[in-house]
Design a protein around this ligand. Structure first.
Ligand code: 5AD
Ligand code: FES
Length: 367
């Protein structure tokens, strides 16, 4: 069956939901390794083996949302809330630029008050001006109104990451309070696309109640929605959340394997999109991100947040690199990437080839 699926891949035949489920269900070490090798060869042909860095500034854990899995949800009274100033955020961005990272990601808990919206706009304008437009900027700031997305795009944000978390609406309902809406999240993804952003989404892998069929549905959702960038990672328990006791049989290795299989299958099915080897992989295994790159990912998001704030931004327990600073992380990553024989795309934006092809096509057809 796997040989049959690999033949289909080689002939560029479309893969069915069952094919995807079959690949995600592989169990033997030999089969899993050949899946990763297949994904890696597609990565070589489509996006190449250069790794692009997006330095991530996790600048505030103040959050209006209350997702049942997340350590910074608004009802977690144990989370010590913080918010960096505009100057501090800009300073981290400039560090990334000087350190030759092609892009940054600005991420925080979700909020939509006017003061916050203005502050992000100001930060974007300052980063654009102070780096002469050289630094790529991805935003990961949750659900916002069309007007806010528009303002931030105009100010310099050109990529947006908004995870759908799971594409099964029923499962979405079990993981969120009733006022969190799956449909609104889908609408936000559509708005972002319409406004011209490169659109990224993703899911958590190995969630309570989640099935292999759900995960296959996630991959098909990415394809059907023409997604440019994928940021997905294993679900990891946070002990101060309502979901903490739902998975008493939480198994680190299973979560890691499933996370890596999803990366590989996403590469095989989606081919030319950017896929991140996320920090949650590293939380489960110190070399988890390298494993992600070997399974088909091509993006890494090094944490460039000031060290003293890192411990307060814990979405899940066991987040790595809490005591390190950004310079240490840069050196560590360089060694890790050297160790797997890949190169880092310093000073390059590393846009998703999937997005670039669409833009070129629009230019030539005038569409
Ligand atoms: N485990 C793994 N990922 C999590 N996130 C939130 N909580 C957890 C958790 N317990 C992810 C969500 C969110 C992103 C910023 O972090 O997918 O979109
Ligand atoms: Fe929703 Fe943190 S509260 S992801």
């Amino acid at each position: 069956m796997l040989t049959h699926i690999f033949n289909k891949i080689d002939n560029n035949d479309p893969l069915s939901r069952d094919d995807i489920k079959f690949m995600l269900s592989l169990e033997t070490e030999a089969d899993i390794q050949s899946l990763y090798q297949k994904a890696y060869s597609i990565k070589e042909q489509t996006v190449g083996t250069k790794v692009f860095f997006r330095g991530i500034v996790e600048f505030s854990n103040i959050c209006e949302k209350d997702c049942y899995y997340c350590g910074i949800r608004k009802s977690n009274e144990n989370a010590e809330r913080f918010m960096l100033t505009a100057d501090q955020i800009v300073e981290s961005a400039l560090w990334a630029h000087q350190s030759e990272y092609g892009s940054i990601v600005l991420q925080s808990g979700e909020r939509s008050d006017p003061w916050y919206i203005d502050l992000i706009e100001e930060v974007l304008e300052r980063v654009k001006a102070e780096t002469s437009g050289e630094l790529g900027i991805t935003l990961s700031l949750g659900e916002q109104s069309e007007n806010t997305y528009k303002r931030w795009f105009k100010a310099g944000g050109h990529r947006y990451l908004l995870r759908i978390e799971t594409t099964n609406p029923e499962l979405y309902g079990k993981l969120h309070p009733p006022d969190h809406s799956f449909e609104e999240r889908c609408e936000c993804l559509k708005l972002l696309r319409k406004l011209g952003y490169q659109v990224g989404t993703g899911v958590m892998i190995g969630l309570p109640y989640q099935t292999i069929d759900d995960l296959a549905g996630d991959i098909l959702f990415f394809k059907d929605n023409d997604i440019d960038m994928i940021g997905m990672g294993p679900y990891i328990v946070h002990h101060e959340t309502p979901l903490a006791d739902v998975m008493p049989d939480f198994d680190n290795d299973r979560q890691l394997d499933l996370g890596l299989k999803m990366v590989a299958v996403a590469r095989i099915v989606l081919r030319d999109v950017n896929i991140a080897a996320t920090t949650a992989l590293q939380a489960l295994n110190p070399t988890g991100r390298e494993m992600g790159l070997k399974a088909g990912a091509n993006i890494i998001m090094p944490n460039i947040t000031e060290t003293k704030y890192r411990a307060s931004y814990q979405l899940y327990n066991g987040k790595p690199c809490l005591d390190e600073n950004s310079t240490m992380c840069r050196g560590c990553l360089q060694r890790r990437i050297d160790s797997i024989g890949e190169k880092i795309g310093f000073n390059e934006w590393g846009d998703s080839p999937h997005f670039i092809k669409k833009s070129n096509c629009k230019k030539t057809t005038g569409a």
